[in-house]
Design a protein around this ligand. Structure first.
Ligand code: ADP
Ligand code: MG
Length: 685
């Protein structure tokens, strides 16, 4: 069968049906089988009337208490009836089906199946389908495809046509190379197409869906990479080999790496010693432990006599990384010199640092990005790590790449999927996801409250501090102006000192402070000399004070969900139970609903996902989002893992066979070319 054939080659499809299908964008057999169901009707066991809730789509089994009543309003008829399952009763209503009054008998058991809606206090099942009991028995457990329709079309028309195509068993060869299918445990193509239309059960449906989602990403990325062929990976000219030091470092840690950290570290270790220069994004939720992975990479490079640079977005964070790194080096007796480079250092200190870097005595440079990038002459820079990428533009990475040999790069980001996708779009990074939290963590407990709760919140902070912990208060944001923010922080701190015991040290942090002042405050907070830190969002990025267990966020309605999640990530970084209080001044229902998302989830991926749904995808990619959301099945948020796998698969494939010349890749090549032809000009980056 030729998949490019037009629909009228199918039996029972004439020009009229063809025209209808064409309106839905289906002209060829390939387009027909690629027209996936929007959802499935699942025939499940009827539920008790007492158990139905607004919004449910359910079946109930019961008898009508009397004949239907039909009213007419402006030419429309509304028929209503009451069904009882013997214990409870439920209202049913139908639009424009007056004949039901004659066909449905009271006293006879039926299955009614439909959506439950609430109108005031009463709930109604709207427009239910009606089945005889035996008839429903036959349907139990099945899933019937529901398609997106144009006027005049029915789901049955589509499924009938699809069945005809599928009945030709030599439908299609699987274009995806066998090795990829095996590596990612993907279902076979014909199976997947059949199961996506007519699923046997949930499990088969999931397997089919995953395979087809993979395909969508795979071909999308293949085209993307194809276009970027010129920018092929540079050869790895650094003589880096495996060394025992990273393992030794791991052995000295008070914890074991999570499975995800191990996986990512393995990938990095291999790439450092591999054929081409690494360009990798490590994406992991706040607190997932990205820092240690970057340290391992730097140690590996240092052990090979080469240099690494770690760029942090803030001075506070740079200092923290530097302190943590040097402590680990001392603890393990490693001889690798590390230098710090930040804006608040004196000119003399900076000159000394530059000299150490240029001579190669310093193996590791940690600092704020501007300093690392612009003024430094490296001796043998082999690895550049950017922490918390969302504060940087993509362009900034390129500056460093121009200093001598192209170094390996790692970008670490806590920004969930959307940003990662943007990075895929920008094209040059491979992705690793740390999708697992350290095992010792207790999930943060959250609450959303209005300002009436403030006294209680202070009381709560007092208790936590008295128990030896520390707290953050994120200060009200009133204006989008740093100067005014600063005033607010200062005034708030004054007020808070009056509310909490005199023995507490309460200090503030804001963007207008000098770096040196900020550092001092952060260092004192880290040492628990300060118990309560009042701050603007400057603490958002990366700081790690595991003893802090409470965060109170004032005016939380003024922040984006993703940002709130980042803020919250400053607590819950140690063994102790942590808390986050989202306080809002405005009691609107929508505001509560939005904040409730944070309450219910501590998962950055999920939150970003919901945030995007609420805001619409327009915010996501700015001008670059075109075409991206055109996937038929794939959901860029929830299918992130599959996206990552497809990305990896495309990378490996093109590395091994960039022109798709291998005999096993011929079907793929054909499909790729067909797609290119069809999508001609649609992927414009
Ligand atoms: P992020 O990914 O947000 O940068 P960090 O790397 O700062 O997170 O790690 C957060 C905290 O978790 C740090 O205190 C770190 O020492 C600790 N940590 C990292 N990995 C693990 C692990 N596998 N088990 C326990 N704690 C860990
Ligand atoms: Mg971090």
């Amino acid at each position: 069968m030729d998949l490019n054939a037009s629909l009228d080659t199918l039996k029972g499809i004439g020009s009229k049906t063809c025209a209808l299908f064409e309106k839905a964008g289906i002209s060829t057999l390939e387009e027909l089988i690629g027209y996936y169901p929007r959802t499935y009707e699942r025939y499940e066991e009827p539920v008790a009337v007492a158990a139905v809730r607004e919004g449910d789509f359910v079946s109930v089994c019961g008898r009508l208490l009397g004949p239907l009543e039909t009213r007419y309003i402006r030419g429309l008829s509304i028929s209503t009836g009451i069904v009882s399952d013997g214990l409870e009763s439920l209202q049913l209503s139908w639009f424009n089906m007056p004949y039901l009054r004659n066909s449905l008998k009271s006293g006879v058991p039926y299955i009614f199946r439909g959506r439950i809606r609430a109108k005031g206090a009463r709930i109604t099942m709207e427009q239910p389908s009606v089945f005889r009991v035996e008839q429903y028995q036959g349907l139990l457990g099945t899933m019937v495809p529901v398609y997106t329709l144009v006027k005049g079309m029915t789901s049955q028309m589509i499924s009938k046509a699809v069945r005809q195509v599928l009945s030709d068993k030599q439908l299609l060869s699987d274009a995806l190379p066998e090795e990829i299918r095996a590596r990612y445990s993907l279902a076979e193509y014909n199976f997947s197409i059949e199961q996506i239309h007519f699923p046997r059960d949930e499990q088969s449906l999931q397997a089919a869906r995953r395979r087809l989602v993979f395909d969508e990403f795979f071909y999308f990325l293949l085209q993307l990479r194809g276009l970027k062929e010129v920018r092929e990976k540079a050869e790895n000219r650094f003589a880096i080999c495996e060394r025992p030091e990273p393992e030794q470092l791991l052995g000295s840690l008070p914890y074991k790496l999570t499975g995800a950290q191990q996986r990512v570290w393995r990938a990095i270790g291999q790439e450092l010693t591999g054929h081409s220069v690494m360009a990798r994004l490590i994406q992991g939720d706040v607190g997932s432990g990205k820092t240690i992975v970057s340290f391992l990479a730097m140690v590996q490079v240092a052990a090979n006599g080469l240099q690494s640079a770690l760029m942090a977005p803030t001075e506070v964070l740079a200092r923290q990384h530097f302190a943590a790194f040097t402590a680990l080096m001392e603890q393990n007796g490693f001889p690798f010199g590390a230098v710090l480079l930040t804006g608040s250092m004196t000119a003399k200190q900076k000159r000394e640092a530059y000299a150490l870097i240029e001579s190669g005595e310093a193996s590791v440079v940690i600092g704020t990005h501007a300093l690392i990038q612009e003024k430094v002459v490296y001796h043998s820079l082999a690895l550049v790590i950017t922490d918390e990428q969302h504060r940087f533009g993509v362009r900034q990475r390129e500056t460093l790449s121009q200093k001598g040999e192209l170094p390996h790069t790692i970008v670490m980001s806590a920004t969930p999927i959307p940003r990662t996708l943007a990075v895929i779009l920008y094209g040059d990074l491979d992705i690793s996801v740390i999708n697992e939290m350290p095992a010792n963590r207790l999930p943060i407990k959250n609450c959303v409250v209005n300002t009436g709760f403030r006294k209680k919140a202070y009381e709560f902070i007092r208790k936590e501090v008295e128990a030896g912990h520390q707290a953050y208060v994120i200060c009200p944001m009133v204006e989008e102006s740093e100067a005014i923010d600063a005033e607010n922080v200062i005034a708030y701190t004054e007020a808070l000192r009056g509310e909490l015991p005199l023995s507490f040290s309460i200090e503030y942090l804001h963007g207008k402070m000098k770096p040196r002042e900020k550092n001092e405050i952060m260092e004192r907070f880290l040492a628990n000399e300060i118990q309560v830190l009042v701050s603007t969002t400057v603490i958002e990025v990366g700081v790690n004070v595991p003893n802090a267990t409470v965060m109170l966020i004032e005016n939380s309605e003024r922040f984006g969900l993703a940002q709130l999640h980042q803020l919250r990530g400053r607590v819950g970084r140690g063994d102790a139970q942590s808390y986050c209080i989202f306080m809002h001044t405005n009691d609107g229902k929508q505001i509560r609903e939005r904040l409730d998302i944070l309450c219910k989830s501590n998962d950055g991926f999920e939150i970003a996902n919901r945030d995007m749904q609420l805001r619409g995808p327009g915010d996501l990619f700015g001008v670059r989002q075109s075409g991206l959301l055109d996937f038929a099945l794939a959901d860029i948020y929830t299918d992130a893992d599959t996206l990552q796998q497809a990305n990896e698969a495309v990378g490996t494939l093109l590395k091994e066979d960039p022109k798709l010349l291998a005999p096993g890749h011929q079907a793929l090549k054909k499909k790729y070319e067909r797609l290119l032809l069809r999508q001609n000009g649609q992927i414009s980056l």
